[in-house]
Design a protein around this ligand. Sequence first.
Ligand SMILES: C[S@@+](CC[C@H](N)C(=O)[O-])C[C@H]1O[C@@H](n2cnc3c(N)ncnc32)[C@H](O)[C@@H]1O
Length: 325
Amino acid sequence: MTPAGAAKATAQAMAAPTRPEVPPDAPPPPAGDSAAAWREWAAAALARAGVPSPRREAALLLGHATGRGTAWAWAAGAGDALSEEARRRLADFVRRRAARLPFAYVVGTVEFADVRLRVAPGVLVPRPETETLLEAALSLAPDGVPLRLADLGSGSGALAVALARRRPRAEIWAVDASPRALACAAANALEHGARDRVRCLLGDWWTAFSGHARAALPLDGAVCNPPYLTPEEWRGADPEVRAEPVEALVGGPTGLEAFDDVLAGVPGRLRPGGFLAFEVGAGQAGAVAARMRARGFTAVRAARDLAGHERVVMGVWEGAGACGG
Ligand SMILES: C[S@@+](CC[C@H](N)C(=O)[O-])C[C@H]1O[C@@H](n2cnc3c(N)ncnc32)[C@H](O)[C@@H]1O
């Protein structure tokens, strides 16, 4: 662009400030800078897009867009002004959330147990119910002793990072078949000061333990939140779920295929006396427990999440000779 052209473009930009980009079906955004008016507009736009709890989400997005938190965003009144940058950021958040992207993808972070994790499209958003799997692992992994653990299908690294924080003497191998997920896990481990103890391995479940990683075997324990939906369940899921990577969610025609794959690889990878804890989907606990017993696990039991659903199945590996496993 010539200097004259640049000057003209600058003059035009100053004369007509660009309007924030808003969702196609949204009501017109407020003319002024009132935080309360923008919050109400966000709630209306999200409601029109069918987002559940639009008022709550509008306040959460306003809190993120301003960096002032949710309490401020809920309480902000007509006298609280939003900067142009905050208005633009809020409109961008609302546009993406109204397209039914998961909330965590829109703001780029999610809370899991006591950690705030980065998350991005292509990586599963950690769920609150997965904290039940974390609690199960903590009940099986003693504190104060060196441990070698695996987080099979680590995704964002939620379990690996949370375990590393709670078990400072543990080394955790975060395994995932997705390079994007693994990069996210590595970034989260770095951010939480655990990069030296969270070792990222790209590959297929246990077979990822090849080359230098083979020396880590056998392990003291493993957690695994595998893909466990059936294709039909996935098709019937909310748009936000279908915006997540399908390979992180769908296990195969029965939903149980990944459990079988992981269990088949246990011999030689877990030490006798080591533990394995799975997250399971609705109605899967009995089938997974039966599979674990058939493969030579003892002390097999389920744990319930806060909603009362059997969410985790765990057991102790007795060794390959125990049951022909
Ligand atoms: C349900 S997500 C769990 C993510 C994370 N652990 C959590 O709880 O939020 C399942 C993860 O398993 C990974 N995965 C799927 N098939 C795999 C395979 N064959 N080997 C390794 N990882 C796999 C997916 O990429 C995904 O990150």
